[in-house]
Design a protein around this ligand. Structure first.
Ligand code: 3PG
Length: 306
């Protein structure tokens, strides 16, 4: 059995070594394709793979058709909007993710970016603190829960909206449940986005929600660029010079947003949220173990294309 680790954005070396150890100890062959620049390289590399481990790498029907032996795709991470699930299902390929494995890394970056925003991008002027300020968490999954835990350390007042999460879970975390998205944005100075990109959420955060933020509001996006209506965002920033937008995913209109709004916006050059040795080790090794469990023992955990 051959397992391809295909990561345009590579894992830390220590994580790759851990993945290889798990797979070789289970008698599997490991191939590595990192930093590829052209889809053709991926198409060649998957040709004889029984399984692939990916990150945000795009796996569409063409890639699946080039991988005649492919049985399982494991997305080492949480979001799986980069995999064509319907195409996988039709071809009998299992798609899994590794929920929770990189969530602390993403949550820590939320505060890295939020502190930077309230300290005026470290430009030397007087900024503000997070203590006793309101934070709205838009979706209370694994990342949202870690954000809540860290926010408590800062002494923030934390609320969360998540129609898929019971109120008890939110309350148990010491967080106030909110039941309307409008209320979440109107009543919190800072909002941190943790919704996935899907048909329900694409372009769902735009002018109306962003302009609800109280004076000095900051929207933090470590989720997906697709959930933002970028025209609405620009209009909101234009009308409300007090607002800021910081994101771990460069928007399509990044250059024009930077040109117009200067240091009221900030974007990491490449998605950095899960880019820590710890998160790479956790997610990468979990992915390798899930592949061994599936190919060797028929155990199917965390399938997302049922
Ligand atoms: C995820 O969905 O797990 C995160 O967005 C991290 O993505 P990455 O593995 O491409 O850094």
């Amino acid at each position: 059995m051959k397992v391809l680790v295909a990561t345009e954005k590579p894992f830390a070396t220590v994580a790759v070594e851990g993945i290889a150890k798990v797979l070789t100890e289970a008698g599997m062959e490991v191939a590595l394709l990192e930093k590829y620049t052209d889809k053709s390289q991926l198409l060649d590399a998957v040709a004889d793979a029984d399984a692939i481990i990916i990150r945000s790498d795009k796996i569409d029907a063409e890639v699946m058709d080039a991988a005649k032996q492919l049985k399982i795709i494991v997305r080492a991470g949480a979001g799986y909007d980069n995999v064509d699930l319907a195409a996988a299902t039709v071809r009998g390929i299992v798609v899994q993710n590794t929920p929770g494995q990189n969530s602390n890394a993403v949550a820590e970056l939320v505060f890295g970016m939020l502190v930077m925003a309230v300290r005026n991008m470290y430009n030397g002027t007087s900024g503000s603190e997070l203590k006793e300020k309101t934070l709205g968490i838009h979706a209370f999954g694994q990342v949202g829960r870690n954000v809540a835990r860290i926010a408590k350390g800062f002494g923030m007042e934390v609320s969360a909206l998540d129609p898929f999460c019971p109120d008890e879970v939110i309350v148990e975390a010491g967080v106030k449940p909110v039941h309307s998205v409008e209320d979440l944005y109107s009543n919190n100075k800072f909002v941190s986005l943790h919704i996935p990109a899907n048909d329900q959420t694409r372009r769902s955060v735009g002018y109306d929600l962003i302009t609800r933020l109280p004076k000095g509001g900051v929207l933090v996006n470590t989720a997906r660029k697709e959930v933002i209506d970028e025209e609405g965002l620009a209009k909101a920033l234009r009308e409300r010079p007090d607002l800021k937008y910081v994101a771990d995913i460069r928007p399509d209109s990044a250059d024009s947003l930077i040109a117009e709004f200067g240091d009221r916006v900030f974007f990491t050059p490449k998605k950095m949220g899960a880019q820590t040795a710890e998160a790479n080790i956790n997610a990468g090794i979990a992915a390798a173990r899930q592949i061994v469990d599936f190919l060797r023992d028929g155990i199917n955990r965390y399938q997302v294309n049922k």
